[in-house]
Design a protein around this ligand. Structure first.
Ligand code: ADP
Ligand code: ZN
Ligand code: ZN
Length: 735
């Protein structure tokens, strides 16, 4: 035993905040390599996070690794990022790392990359046009429409249009309608795209941000939809990529990463390798793209939340589009906020970060406009729409307390829709679904269907004649008579999308109507289909929920009707009105984006509420400033930092005991943190589990983090923790 031992510190995907020592006979092992190790009776995949020649474990008891993977899966910068996330979100390092790298890494061969193609229509196809296709071939039509729309598509984009895209491509090939080009991974693709010259505000934004090209700076690029933010991003990326080897990361919400956006970037960056990272890629594609980024070959990465963790050795610029979007926050496991992690990363790599949005989160708004702290964000504004002739829609409130409302619709809104139908323009009816699902109500005894596993009401699905719980998925037959009093007069109440659809059909039997919500549009395919149908004017009236609110251009849409949103005005969630404003602003932005003037009708019993006043004048700034005042008084984010501890168990007593204990311990740990009593959340019971939660609040992030450092390990040690499932959510978005 003369040789020094090689001890590997291995992080595993287990809920323990520690690393495990293993022995190896391979002296050249590096941090960031995957290993397979024995763990109890199992074999587990882990990552090497440290190498040492000592261990606190007796050498006889040390187990050896089973296998070592040659690929180093993260570099030093990524490791820093993982460590930061693990510490800041108080989530074990092993679980942090293993939730941030592609999971099937072990199983996939590096050489498994097959030939890839880009597809486009031939001039013949473009000349003949879609009407020449056989009428029933909807997939074929969809593919062709998408190709007309985006010019050039890769396989992943085609797959998102239809799972049977291959067959369509074959058919089109036989017809002589399609051309394909192979992409060898560093190939060039040429597409002509008109390049607008920047207007004054865009130019100013570009100049200011470019000045900080070499060092950390965080920028808020605040501009309404269509004001040309994306154009500014593109110029900044071009500028950043002038540096040899440079790489750029663009984060977007999942729903915005459309084939159209992708091809807009591809068209402008024909000389560069661009890869996407999102959930509609196959594991193999995802891995290939991730590797290209990690090896520095891909110069542009466009991805959703998780791609903030992509190792990029020459990262020079980060862009976040729709900075305020709640989908940047992961709501399970490692509960990170991709924007906040991105800011940390930009700081740590000393590069600029640009956050664009029409409705900044109040945190970002505060950082950009209110604090004198020079380390906070730079602020740049784009105030008008970039395309001449396109104007903002006119927003009007309809006071439903003063008007006769038939099945949820005021006569003004009905007339406005009729008017669009006559003019062959499109309308969108928007329902804020939260809290507006229809429930079955007994007219005699007021009985309503409730889920026996959750504290929620069952939602009526009229077409299927079923009642469903939207929280746990419980599903039962709709009763024909009241289970409580036997009355047969049961009726659905509340505005669900299906109810609205029925009503619209009654009002306008001749109209072509489409409903979009989670029930009707489960797949990305269906959603894509919808956008193409709208473009093709195959729909007159669209009915939908928040899924519709952003990122898509509907050139013939000139009316948006907003049904009851009043519940959000008086919601217990302090972010409800911020969210409602941004939703309504986005959904209004759908109207009149081309040359048709848009109108938005909001039905409300509170037409004088400040939120509507602000919307009418498109005045986010005033509204945000008012909200900030309220938040300051209430000591809420961004004036205070919050942490949520959520627990659930079969027995309420166990959760309460656990939380009470946690509360007392926290109170003893720090005088600078306010610890609130445990309370039941809105949804008291979920999937048969009793729930409760408590909030910690502090004006100092440092004090809060210091407390968490002692508190979270204490929670892990707590014996009750075996009976109680709990999570700590740092900077929670939802309560
Ligand atoms: P945003 O990202 O703010 O929604 P975009 O960058 O997508 O805005 O711009 C909206 C539309 O205006 C796009 O069609 C874009 O090509 C066009 N556009 C952007 N900047 C200009 C400009 N300076 N001149 C003319 N058109 C522009
Ligand atoms: Zn009854
Ligand atoms: Zn349920």
């Amino acid at each position: 035993m003369t040789d020094a031992l090689h001890i590997l510190k291995v992080a595993l995907d287990v809920p323990l905040d520690r690393v495990f020592d293993y022995r190896t006979d391979k002296p050249n092992t590096q941090i960031g390599q995957y290993v397979v190790v024995p763990f109890g009776a199992r074999k587990m995949i882990g990552v090497v996070v440290g190498i040492s020649d000592t261990s606190s474990i007796e050498s006889k008891k040390l187990k050896s690794i089973i296998r070592l993977d040659p690929e180093v899966i993260f570099d030093e910068q990524s490791f820093k990022l993982f460590q930061f996330c693990s510490q800041y979100y108080h989530y074990p390092l092993g679980q942090t790392i293993l939730s941030a790298v592609p999971s099937r890494l072990k199983k996939i061969n590096t050489k498994a990359m097959t030939k890839k193609y880009l597809y486009r229509l031939t001039p013949k196809a473009i000349e003949l046009g879609i009407d020449q296709l056989p009428p029933r071939q909807t997939t074929l039509k969809r593919v062709v429409m998408a190709l007309i729309d985006a010019t050039l598509l890769d396989e992943a984009s085609l797959r998102s249009i239809s799972s049977s895209w291959k067959k369509s491509i074959e058919t089109l090939d036989e017809m002589g309608w399609i051309e394909k080009e192979e992409i060898t991974l560093d190939d060039k693709v040429y597409i002509q795209a008109p390049i607008p010259s920047l207007n004054d505000e865009q130019k100013k934004a570009f100049d200011e941000i470019s000045k900080t090209n070499k060092t950390f700076a965080a920028w808020l690029l605040y501009g309404i939809t269509g004001s040309g933010k994306t154009e500014v991003y593109i110029r900044l990326i071009e500028e950043a990529l002038k540096k040899e080897h440079a790489q750029v990361l663009v984060l977007v919400p999942e729903i915005n990463l459309t084939p159209q956006l992708e091809s807009r970037f591809r068209a402008r960056f024909e000389k560069y390798m661009l890869v996407t990272l999102h959930s509609h890629l196959t594991d193999n594609e995802r891995l290939t793209h991730w590797r290209l980024a990690k090896e520095g070959q891909a110069q542009i990465v466009i991805g959703t939340r998780l791609s903030i963790f992509t190792p990029m050795p020459h990262l020079s610029l980060i862009i976040i589009d729709e900075e305020h979007d709640a989908s940047f926050k992961q709501q399970e496991g490692l509960r990170y906020h991709a924007r906040d992690v991105a800011i940390f990363r930009a700081k740590s790599e000393n590069i600029p970060i640009v956050m664009g949005t029409a409705t900044p989160s109040l945190e970002t708004w505060f950082n950009a406009t209110k604090t004198k702290d020079a380390k906070k964000f730079g602020f740049l504004k784009l105030t008008s729409r970039a395309v001449l002739d396109s104007t903002l829609p006119e927003i009007k409130c309809i006071d439903i307390s003063k008007s006769t409302v038939t099945k949820g619709f005021s006569p003004y809104l009905v007339e406005a829709i009729r008017d669009r139908l006559n003019k062959k323009e499109q309308s969108l009816i928007f329902i804020n679904r939260r809290g507006f699902a229809p429930v079955l109500l007994c007219s005699s005894c007021q009985w309503t269907g409730r889920c026996h596993r959750c504290s929620s009401r069952l939602v009526v699905h009229l077409n299927q004649k079923r009642l469903r719980c939207h929280h746990c998925g419980h599903d039962e037959k709709m009763p024909l008579q009241c289970p409580s009093c036997g009355n047969t007069d049961l009726y659905p109440t509340g505005l669900g999308t299906q109810r609205v659809e029925e009503t619209i059909k009654e009002f306008f039997p001749e109209a072509r109507i489409l409903r979009v919500d989670r029930d009707s549009t489960k797949t990305k395919e269906a959603l894509n289909d919808l956008f193409l149908k709208m473009k093709n004017r195959e729909i007159d009236i669209l009915i939908g929920t928040q899924m519709l609110s952003k990122g898509h251009d509907f050139p013939y849409l000139s009316l948006v009707g907003v049904l009851d949103t009043d519940q959000a005005l008086y919601s217990p969630d302090f972010r409800a009105s911020e969210r409602l404003f941004s939703q309504l602003m986005q959904v209004s932005g759908r109207a009149g984006r081309a040359k048709t003037k848009g109108e938005v009708y909001i039905q409300t019993a509170f037409p004088n509420h400040p939120i509507f006043e602000a919307l009418k004048t498109h005045d986010y700034e005033n509204f945000a400033n008012e909200l900030l005042k309220e938040r300051e008084l209430a000591e809420l984010s961004p004036f205070a930092f919050l942490v949520l501890l959520k627990g659930e168990a079969h027995q309420l007593a166990h959760v309460m005991q656990f939380l009470n204990d946690a509360m007392i311990h926290a109170q003893n740990l720090s005088a600078h943190v306010t610890v609130y009593n445990p309370v039941r959340p809105m949804m008291e019971r979920l999937k048969g589990m009793e729930r409760a939660q408590l909030v910690l609040q502090a004006s100092s992030r440092v004090a809060l983090q210091k407390l968490l450092n002692d508190w979270v390990p204490y929670l892990r040690e707590n014996k009750l923790a075996q009976k109680v499932k709990w999570v700590v959510d740092v900077d929670p978005l939802e309560f």
